[in-house]
Design a protein around this ligand. Sequence first.
Ligand code: HEC
Ligand code: HEC
Ligand code: HEC
Ligand code: HEC
Ligand code: HEC
Length: 437
Amino acid sequence: MKKLILFIGKFFIIFFSIIIIFFTFKLVLPVNRIDLEYPNKGRWESHQRIDFISAEECGLCHQEIYNQWKTSAMANATTSSMLEFKFHKLSLSMRGFPEEDVEWCYQCHAPLALTSPKDLNLIDPISRSGVTCMICHTTVHAIPDSNAGNFYLNPKLKMNGPFDDVISHFHESNQHQLFSEDNSDLCASCHFSVYPRNNMPIDWTWKEWNESGSDKSCKQCHMPEYNGKSASRDWVPERKLKKHTFLGGGRNNSEFIKTSATLNTQVNFDKNVLEISITNNCGHNLPTGNGSAPSIELRISNEINQSIIYKELFRNSYLGHFGFEVLDPTIALKKGIDKSIPAYQTINREFNLDNYKNIDKLKVELIFHYWMPFEKEYQIQSGLKTMLNYSLLPEVNILTIGKTLRSKNTWEVFRALKNIKPKPIYLIDSQLISINQ
Ligand code: HEC
Ligand code: HEC
Ligand code: HEC
Ligand code: HEC
Ligand code: HEC
């Protein structure tokens, strides 16, 4: 017995020594830093920020459009993600990479911050204005592919738009095919991207849409039509306009989210099963977009005591070392599960009624979580696994970690974490089912 204890003791001492030696060497070895390279790097600096006019000024004449845009996620593309940019800067600096690599993210979230003079700390209010009017309306060329920010501007007070008979004394106008109803290229240039360092897809909406052969363009769902005047000037005629609200999961628009899927439930007494089907009505997968964050939950519960009987998540995930799920796709090694529902597809589930013998009524819910619906334990676990994966990156050593801990960003992130508000949760549909014949 004594021998066995001694043996186990020795085993553990040797085991832990090996781990300590591994990490010590790993942490002091020199790191291999490579600057992030991507096709559009530095391209924005050929524009002067002073050539861009703020959305507020456009709003002097285009008041209604301005009000719509202001509520959209894209108007808040910089401010709403500010904390995550700090996170990203922090993770970059932990990896020994320059914090300036955050430029890659700004190509879609804060393109004006990249114009001259460069403003990576987002000091100038117009740098913080997200995807503002002039970004879209001075685009002359947009390429749908996985390179971030593959759109080209000509900010010379000539606004590209859908009409060919416009009179405006403030700016020239130009009818441009990017603004025709069935064209999705402009949207594509930001809604599909691959992170250059590990080739992981970050936003893949456009790709899914393209592969689905959808006969509706992005605008036909996300910019609903209405009649009105596009500018507050006497000579402007009433026209068919497009709402600039860019509805999506990130804003308060529960009505729109409800259109995203159809839930069908049916009790089949002959087969003794409850049949459930979910049909994705979107022109892309459900959920889509932002990394592993959004998910759709199918939940069945006992109507009386609300206890959850069944729970299934439709979502994507990313894996790091040891097959651990990591929350930050930019450090992932491969994609994990892809359990989103493809565009216009239906998935079916069957549940044996014998499992619910003592239950009178079942509640079936389809829930849209904009951001990680998981229980606290899950978040802590995956947080720890993500941290471990950071420490295993080839570029990380003790010097870079030390430098990171002293960086201003670390403390800013810790301070900001306290103020995080829970992200929205929407009910797509809820149905009550009697399972007694
Ligand atoms: C994400 C890109 C994007 C942003 C940002 C954007 N627009 Fe547009 N805008 C469009 C598209 C696309 C159309 C044409 C839609 C169509 O007709 O199919 C359009 C149409 C218009 C029109 C023509 C009238 C209409 O409603 O169709 C005006 C005027 C206009 N936008 C002004 C603005 C102003 C002012 C802002 C900022 C407050 C702005 N836009 C922000 C993409 C954008
Ligand atoms: C002094 C008033 C004024 C200001 C400021 C102004 N516009 Fe306009 N704009 C107009 C008028 C008037 C029209 C014509 C509307 C129509 O005929 O429906 C127009 C039309 C447009 C169109 C449609 C072009 C087309 O060919 O389809 C776009 C796009 C546009 N403006 C964008 C902008 C943007 C972006 C800004 C800010 C950089 C801006 N406008 C600032 C008055 C203004
Ligand atoms: C310059 C880059 C850019 C272009 C061009 C662009 N988007 Fe976006 N879009 C973004 C970014 C960045 C966000 C995320 C904003 C955030 O929440 O931080 C976004 C968010 C959205 C959302 C909201 C998602 C949500 O969660 O609520 C919708 C819908 C959307 N875009 C549709 C479109 C459509 C339709 C077009 C084409 C007319 C378009 N976008 C063009 C960058 C762009
Ligand atoms: C047939 C209608 C339809 C078409 C076509 C469509 N969408 Fe959507 N989209 C929706 C609906 C409904 C939602 C809400 C569900 C959701 O957020 O996942 C949505 C959600 C989104 C979101 C938000 C995802 C999130 O995190 O909540 C983005 C971004 C988006 N769409 C962009 C696009 C782009 C870009 C295109 C074109 C390439 C496009 N959509 C085409 C209907 C459509
Ligand atoms: C190719 C364009 C593009 C690039 C590059 C990009 N994003 Fe995004 N980002 C988007 C779009 C589009 C969305 C909205 C997707 C959705 O809502 O489904 C988004 C959403 C987000 C959100 C969620 C915002 C919210 O309101 O909750 C965060 C945070 C974010 N991005 C951070 C980053 C960071 C950090 C980087 C750099 C590593 C980055 N993004 C690079 C296009 C981009």
